[in-house]
Write a protein that binds this ligand. Structure first.
Ligand SMILES: [Zn+2]
Length: 300
């Protein structure tokens, strides 16, 4: 069984244009015509608004369940085509169509204020969303007082909170209080399981140090293929994870961020092919730890 703990709906309607433009720029295309090709491919790839293409790719990769994370970029980067309320509704539609294949985490910028808290609460109580996604590079810290009402809800319902860690777009900022901010809130909200998005891909030393200080902090490995490039490095790093914090590591792809460079299937195969960790350790990475964080009852 495989659970992808870090993915996003491949729809350009939910990303601000400035976000997709920077993704296009990151391809370092040499000419205008190359840029146009990338733009065309990205537009085509990001037209899967209801997730049917996503499901096909999950099937090809033998991914049973994907956690779809809503990232709220609107306050920092300008609103995307869909307003946040509509983005939540779109995800509800995707979830309702395939409740056994998707789990949705609502994303919220604390500067949305009371309206944001109400929308998030509604998504938990009425839409069946199962967690919170935070994106601090948008311009806030994890111990921002504006996040506390959201944490209260997650704590009450014992729902996980996944936060982006590390650098992001050049347009955005960098967290200043990490990791002390996450250590602080993880201590204050003990019923929340916090997940460090990309924690297993870059700055892995900080990740290991951080999760060891709390029992309720986990990390996903999404974007690993970009930062841990050789097979040898990958084997060494995963051995270290399994020696130091085997119950905290979660598989994730960050699809569709790498839709033009790697398939979900390739990412699954890379981890399945590791020689430095045992098959029991791979099971923990692929789904056992995730079922614990998501409180899923899975017998497989
Ligand atoms: Zn992501």
């Amino acid at each position: 069984m495989v659970i992808d703990f870090h993915s996003h709906l491949a729809s350009k309607k939910i990303f601000p244009p400035s976000f997709t433009n920077e993704v296009i720029d990151s391809f370092e295309t040499k000419s205008e015509s190359e840029k146009k090709v990338v733009q065309h491919l990205l537009n085509a790839g990001l037209s899967d608004h209801l997730g049917s293409g996503f499901l096909e790719k999950m099937d090809q990769a033998s991914i049973d369940l994907s956690v779809l994370l809503i990232a709220d970029f609107g306050v920092a980067l300008g609103e995307p085509e869909l307003a946040l309320e509509s983005i939540f509704e779109l995800h509800k539609e995707v979830l309702d169509a395939n409740p056994d294949r998707f789990i949705v985490f609502g994303g919220m910028d604390p500067r949305r204020g009371l309206k944001g808290v109400e929308l998030f609460e509604k998504s938990i109580k009425e839409y069946g969303f199962k967690g919170l996604k935070l994106y601090p590079p948008c311009g806030f810290e994890l111990d921002d007082p504006g996040l506390y009402p959201l944490y209260e809800i997650c704590n009450e319902f014992e729902l996980p909170v996944l936060t982006h860690t590390g650098p992001s777009l050049r347009l955005l900022g960098v967290e200043k209080n990490y990791p002390s901010s996450i250590l602080k809130v993880a201590n204050e909200f003990k019923k929340i399981k916090f997940v460090l998005g990309h924690g297993g891909a870059r700055d892995c030393k900080t990740t290991i140090d951080t999760v060891k200080q709390r029992t309720n902090i986990f990390f996903d490995i999404s974007t690993f293929q970009r930062f841990i490039t050789t097979e040898e490095e990958l084997n060494t790093q995963f051995r270290e994870f399994c020696d130091s914090c085997p119950d905290r590591i979660l598989f994730g792809t960050d699809f569709p961020m790498f839709l033009l460079s790697a398939t979900q299937k390739q990412l699954v195969q890379k981890i399945a092919g590791l020689t430095s960790i045992t098959s029991a350790e791979k099971e923990a990475v692929f789904y056992k730890n995730a079922t614990h964080v998501l409180k899923l009852d899975v017998r497989k």
